[in-house]
Design a protein around this ligand. Structure first.
Ligand code: HAM
Length: 424
């Protein structure tokens, strides 16, 4: 590459066709499974008013404080590329009065998100999420439904996943716990990293999530939020666990699991998988009962999750999506202009009959076309030369066993439809 060549920006990348084929498998599988649970797709804009995220996710979170791609547009309005989609989905739910008919509104989405994060394995600045949100009820069975749905998706993709569960309380019971946490942290301030010292004052819950080695002894000794839930949050959490158990879903309670977005109340969860190193969360989610009100809407409790597709694809078993690898059913090799025109016609007919046909327009010699067919892993080669043209019968070569026979176009169509090869 010469040094004038322009490449992707840090934290972004191209998905080449082979990897994209694996993404299709994930996206299609999600669509099929989510539909069965009654989730329908919503598509919201990639950029929104900055205020939506500042209010929705919280001004003191890393996401809003440090990681948003924010700019002023031509009319001087502050806009941001979406760092996540829950705030947008709730905005849309309010904007379109989707609560009007009552009952649950089940939505899912899929698409790119943007966070200016430090580069690390499993972290991109443009990454994709598939997520779902159930809005309109605080029934604890919703937690079990949503978690079961995402686990079913992961299971169908043969990904071994582990569910981590916590309750982060609510605005009524959490302040007392946060105060307790702050008291403990202030006593140990000299043992904390710089970020945690700041968080002690601004957002003490985030200290629980600190990954810095020197903070670990302090974090391990902190009181657990699950021991400080108010009676309603404790009862809700107990019922969530009951519904999960009834669905046969195993989980681990991790009282230190706090999430990086301020809207969570009560249930918070992550799903982790091996093979990802430190960034091992494939799915994150939780309950956000006050978010609609924060965004100016009616009371509309919600629960949902988002799955990191980039991370998921990294750990998919090799064979998943392998079918999407480009492999022509038929490579049409031709010799001369008249044969070229005939080959175009045959390709057109077979494509309409559902076959992947490949032709090179600057084909060159038969030998070089055969070489190209090999390189592409074509299953068959059709040879169209002057003689074949005159007789309207063509040489078919099956590459896996080098068997070669002659066939007319109707015979070829029949062969590809599962008929026996008309070997002459
Ligand atoms: P989140 O935990 O920020 O939650 O992101 C969810 C998932 O997106 C993560 O578990 C991870 O797999 C993936 N992810 C996040 N950041 C990156 C990155 N920089 N590079 C690659 N993958 C990443 C949310 O976004 C919430 N909106 C989830 C939610 C929905 N809660 C309720 N409803």
């Amino acid at each position: 590459m010469n040094d004038k060549a322009i490449t992707t920006l840090p934290g972004t990348r191209d998905l080449l066709p082979e990897e994209t084929a694996r993404w299709h498998v994930v996206e299609e599988r999600a669509r099929t499974i989510f539909a069965r649970y009654g989730y329908r797709e919503i598509r919201t804009p990639i950029f929104e008013a900055t205020e939506l995220f500042a209010r929705g996710i919280g001004g003191d979170t890393d996401i809003v404080g440090k990681e948003m791609y924010t700019f002023l547009d031509q009319s001087g309005r502050s806009v941001s590329l979406r760092p996540e989609a829950t705030a947008s989905v709730v905005r849309a739910y309010i904007q379109h009065a989707m609560y009007r008919g009552g009952g649950l509104t089940r939505l899912y989405y899929s698409g790119p998100m943007f966070r200016h994060e430090k580069k690390q394995k499993g972290r991109w600045r443009q990454f994709s999420q598939i997520g779902a949100e159930a809005l309109g009820s605080d029934h604890p069975a919703i937690e079990a439904e949503v978690i079961e749905m995402v686990l079913e998706l992961l299971g169908s993709l043969e990904v071994e996943a582990h569910l981590l569960l916590n309750s982060v309380g609510c605005p009524r019971c959490r302040p007392a716990y946060v105060e307790l946490l702050q008291r403990e942290l202030r006593r140990r301030t000299t043992d904390l990293c710089e970020d945690c010292r700041r968080r002690t004052e601004s957002n003490p819950l985030r200290v629980l999530d600190c990954k810095v080695e020197s903070c670990q002894p302090v974090v391990a000794a902190l009181p657990a939020i699950t021991d400080h839930l108010g009676p309603e949050c404790a009862a809700h959490f107990a019922r969530v666990r009951e519904y999960l158990a009834a669905a046969g879903i195993a989980y681990e309670i991790v009282p230190r699991l706090v999430r990086g977005l301020d809207y969570y109340v009560r249930t918070a969860f992550e799903i982790v998988a091996g093979g990802l190193g430190a960034q091992n969360a494939v799915v994150g989610g939780g309950r956000y009962d006050g978010l609609s009100e924060i965004l100016g809407g009616p009371r509309a409790p919600g629960f949902g999750f988002a799955m990191g597709v980039d991370r998921l694809v990294m750990i998919l078993p090799e064979h998943v999506g392998a079918r999407g690898i480009y492999r022509p059913d038929l490579f049409l090799a031709y010799l001369g202009e008249a044969a070229f025109r005939k080959a175009l016609e045959i390709a057109r007919t077979l494509r309409r009959a559902g076959r992947l046909c490949h032709m090179e327009y600057d084909g060159g010699s038969l030998k070089s076309q055969m070489r190209q067919a090999h390189k592409l892993g074509a299953r068959h080669v059709l040879i169209v030369g002057d003689e074949e043209l005159a007789r309207e019968r063509y040489q078919v070569r099956r590459m896996e066993d080098s068997r070669q026979w002659e066939a007319s176009l109707p015979e070829l169509i029949r062969y590809f439809d599962g008929g026996r090869p008309a070997v002459s």
